[in-house]
Design a protein around this ligand. Structure first.
Ligand SMILES: Nc1ncnc2c1ncn2[C@@H]1O[C@H](COP(=O)(O)OP(=O)(O)OP(=O)(O)O)[C@@H](O)[C@H]1O
Ligand SMILES: [Mg+2]
Length: 397
């Protein structure tokens, strides 16, 4: 089971490359699902057929699905939102502000990802290719499973069962409406399912590919995406440079563009060192239909296996050597001064620019203290050591 996500700036060719990659996988004999989480659905246009909210077969072993996120939202969040509104209301929060607080940012895309979980669990697929929304939304979407967990832990700080047991007392004492059992169930289910999605996307079988066009602004955004995706623990395993002008028979105007693109492409190779940079030619016509999309992808990957598992270490790991325990987080293209670090009990808060990740520390690190941190070879390394008091205890024991 292989999961591939394609993302990039608006209009660079995400849907085209995602479709081509899926078509290539199906042609190689894999049962393949191409899933769109983008509200502006365009996979139907790419394949030149009607595509619905259920997997639609467009070629042998190739199915396409455009998730109905609105429906998902109704099913999973409406009840919880109703309860949160009643709590905020009793706390005297203005209704309009309350509504803003209870709307989950990016909820549509997140709930579209719940569909990914269902499809993976179904066991019906060897490969799932996800055509994501443009970069900024996708990043938020990808980060949300963790953000939501954080939110839930604070909105519902007490375990459901405990609260249920004390329900009559709490209601009288605090004057806060207590959630009904179904609200708790809905929250717990949603939280657990989102956590599964996050685990799938950060797991060893999943990776993200960045699609870009050889233009400076587009490349700059792709670089930021690489950093941010890594920060959130997703593994980027390649770059597709799309709409590259062919060299042959260029008049002056085109020769100028070919040169400009070659310069940017050289920078792309330099920026994304360690990742394959695949190229996709600007075609004489829009690649529409299974055959055209498959041909495009065949040219892109050439001799490479488009489904190869990403090599090397994952973006997040803990290593031990001697007494030193080091937490390592891949942060490509980042220097020490770009990173801000804070420790809060069992959490490590890593901030890079406008993006923040709350890393829940593995159990073995919680009782240790941070001894130092550095950024080296595109990796944040946080060193942990025994706290003084536990060292003393160890000595006296
Ligand atoms: N290599 C190519 N050669 C010619 N046309 C292309 C190529 N790649 C993409 N296109 C065309 O460019 C347009 C935009 O591509 P596509 O829809 O794949 O971009 P996208 O990144 O998914 O856009 P959006 O951000 O709107 O979802 C489409 O009409 C597509 O057919
Ligand atoms: Mg698209």
């Amino acid at each position: 089971m292989r999961i591939l996500l394609l993302t990039g700036k608006g209009g660079v060719g995400k849907s085209t490359v995602a479709s081509g990659t899926a078509a290539l996988a199906a042609a190689a004999g894999h049962r393949t699902l191409l899933l769109s989480t983008d509200a502006a659905h365009s996979l139907g246009d790419a394949f030149g057929v009607e595509v619905g909210p259920e997997p639609t077969e467009v070629a042998d072993r190739l199915f396409v699905q455009q998730v109905d996120a609105q429906l998902r939202f109704q099913q999973s969040w409406a009840e919880v939102q109703g309860y949160l509104l009643s709590v905020l209301d009793s706390a005297g929060v203005d209704r309009l502000a309350a509504e803003e607080l209870t709307v989950l940012p990016g909820a549509e895309e997140v709930l579209a990802l719940l569909e990914l979980r269902l499809q993976v669990l179904s066991g019906a697929w060897d490969v799932v290719v996800v055509d994501c929304a443009p970069t900024a939304e996708t990043l938020r979407l990808l980060a949300l499973p963790e953000a939501l967990g954080w939110y839930m832990q604070r909105v519902f700080p007490v375990q459901a069962r405990v609260v249920k047991a004390f329900k009559p007392v709490l209601t009288r004492a605090a004057g806060v409406p207590m959630p009904g059992g179904s609200v708790f169930e809905a929250v717990e289910r949603l939280h657990a399912e989102l956590d599964e999605v996050r685990a799938l996307l950060q797991g060893p079988d999943a990776s993200v590919r960045l699609v870009l066009t050889p233009e400076n602004v587009v490349v700059a955004e792709a670089r930021r995406s690489w950093t941010t995706l890594s920060l959130y623990g997703y593994r980027v395993d390649g770059v597709v440079a799309n709409r590259v002008f062919p060299h042959a028979d260029a008049d002056d105007w085109r020769a100028g563009w070919v040169d400009a693109q070659q310069q940017v492409l050289a920078e792309v190779e330099e920026s994304f060192v360690g990742l394959p940079v695949w190229r996709s030619e600007y075609r004489p016509a829009e690649p529409v239909g299974v055959a055209a999309l498959r041909d495009l992808a065949a040219d892109v990957y050439a001799a490479d296996d488009p489904l190869a598992l990403p090599a090397g270490d994952g973006p997040f790991r803990v290593t031990r050597s001697g007494d030193a325990t080091v937490l390592r987080l891949r942060l490509p293209l980042v220097g020490r001064s770009d990173v801000d670090l804070a420790r809060k009990h069992d959490e490590l808060v890593v901030t890079v620019g406008a993006y923040r990740r709350v890393v829940t520390l593995p159990a073995g690190l919680v009782r240790l203290e941070v001894a130092g941190a550095r950024v080296e070879d595109g990796e944040l390394q946080v060193r942990f050591r025994e706290t003084r008091s536990s060292q003393a205890q160890g000595e006296s024991a």
